[in-house]
Design a protein around this ligand. Structure first.
Ligand code: UDX
Length: 430
């Protein structure tokens, strides 16, 4: 099949590479010429394990362009993979999606294409597929279909998630178009859920909101564990063996971050409200997530009292381990809260220093390793669960700190070992 990918971001590149691996001809389009020029030279602008290899392996079947006309000419099925960032009120900003839809309509007319299919991969609120239909129809009067085929990619595991998904969701009000899109995944061994447009759009939000709810739930359990003297790690283990609950996403910590959960949970809450439904549970999920970050700061306050002039080392800036992404990262949020109280912040991350530098103010000192940052520190906050942090020479770190306090926001370290090394150790819910 001949596929175009509109938007050479994270979702677009991973999807495009996988579609080429499935044997399709793929043209990847982005209005960012510099990005396209880089890709044409073999430079992948994002960090995602295995992506450069997959793009390279399938380079015969992949081309890049910043010209929409070319993308439309070279493909029959167009995947919209542009971003949908949050607006001030939490709703998804669909201006990029709309612009693509309008442009596709114009190109369909100009190139006199026959029965094209538009597929949304970007996470879009229920009703967007129908809105795309209307926008395209403003210029193009021929037959075309809109399909929703949401992605469920986790950063740092996106290539595997795309090549070996646990399910494929295809929603359309046109069953033939849905069948065609299911055919894009002909060799993939995964259940395919065929449904209508609105349901497919809803599945994506429901999936992310449910996972976020699991995280906020276990974080609340952690908070009560602290009060009653129980250990949330063992509680998670004890409930996770029940297949109805499942072990995944029961790690208590600083709350969820990243480019998806915070945005999608807020968007679902917002469009529920706009549809006249008060989604009470989601409101709490959001509040708990906020509170979880403040609780880390409260723990620092409990031990250091006044933060003005205190030196705090933040270990980890990425929103989770194995990525350089700092979007909605809990670490950045906590740094801001500590700075408001006058703390001096030093920070280290194995991969995300460059991205973090763009978002942090000049007062934050970024260091090349944890030992350097620990000299004279009054506290260390573990903010990302990088496995490397477990292997640090903690004895040496303890010896150079001014106060041996560790607030482990990810329950990464072994509390008894840390206490043996004479650290004052506080995790989350244990
Ligand atoms: C997520 C979804 O998993 C994916 O299906 C969707 O398509 C995009 O959003 P991602 O943002 O890459 O993927 O991160 P994920 O690994 O799901 O983690 C999200 C956040 O939750 C991170 O901040 C992580 O640290 C946190 N988290 C996750 C917890 O705090 N506890 C957990 O048990 C799991």
């Amino acid at each position: 099949m001949r596929l175009s990918i509109i938007g050479a971001g994270y979702v677009g590149l991973v999807s495009g590479a996988a579609f080429a691996e499935f044997g399709h001809d793929v043209i990847i389009m982005d209005i960012d010429r510099e990005r396209i020029a880089k890709l044409q030279r073999g430079i992948v602008p994002i960090h995602e394990p295995g992506l450069d290899r997959l793009l390279d392996k399938n380079s015969d079947r992949i081309s890049y362009t910043s010209n929409m006309e070319e993308a439309v000419r070279e493909a029959d099925i167009h995947f919209i993979c542009v971003w949908t960032p949050p607006l001030e009120d939490g709703s998804a900003d669909l201006s990029a999606v709309r612009a693509v839809a309008r442009e596709l309509g114009k190109q369909f007319v100009k190139l006199k294409v026959k029965t094209p299919i538009i597929v949304t991969k970007s996470t879009v609120p229920v009703g967007t597929g129908v809105a795309i239909q209307r926008l395209v129809r403003q210029s193009y009067k021929g037959d075309f279909s809109v399909v929703s085929n949401p992605e469920f990619l986790r950063e740092s595991q996106a290539v595997a998630d795309m090549l070996r998904p646990d399910r494929i969701v295809v929603g359309s009000n046109d069953p033939d178009a849905a069948k065609t899109i299911a055919g894009v995944y002909h060799d993939v061994n995964a259940p395919i859920i065929m449904t209508d447009l609105a349901t497919a759009e809803m599945i994506k939000y429901a999936a992310n909101a449910f996972l976020a709810t699991k995280i906020s739930f276990i974080n609340e359990v952690a908070n009560i564990c602290e009060i009653v003297g129980a250990d949330v790690e063992r509680v998670a283990e004890g409930i996770g063996h029940d297949p109805r609950i499942g072990k995944a996403f029961l790690k208590a910590g600083m709350g969820y971050g990243g480019s998806c959960f915070p945005k999608d949970v807020r968007a679902l809450h917002q469009f529920s409200n706009a549809s006249g439904y008060d989604f009470k549970l989601l409101k709490s999920v959001i509040e708990v997530n906020e509170q979880q970050r403040q609780m880390i700061v409260d723990k620092v306050n409990k031990h250091l009292k006044i933060l003005n002039g205190k030196n705090i080392l933040v270990l980890g800036l990425a929103f989770k381990a194995h990525t350089d992404d700092v979007r909605e990262s809990g670490a950045l949020d906590i740094i801001e809260r500590l700075q408001i109280q006058g703390a001096n912040i030093t920070a280290f991350d194995p991969l995300a220093l460059l991205n973090a530098k763009k978002k942090l103010n000049d007062l934050v000192i970024l260091v090349g390793n944890a030992h350097e940052g620990a000299v004279g520190a009054d506290a260390i906050i573990v903010a990302t669960e990088w496995p490397d942090f477990k292997e640090l020479d903690w004895e040496r770190i303890q010896s150079v700190m001014r106060k041996p306090l560790i607030i482990d926001g990810r329950n990464l370290l072994d509390p008894s070992e840390m206490r043996k090394l004479k650290f004052i150790y506080e995790g989350v819910g244990r």
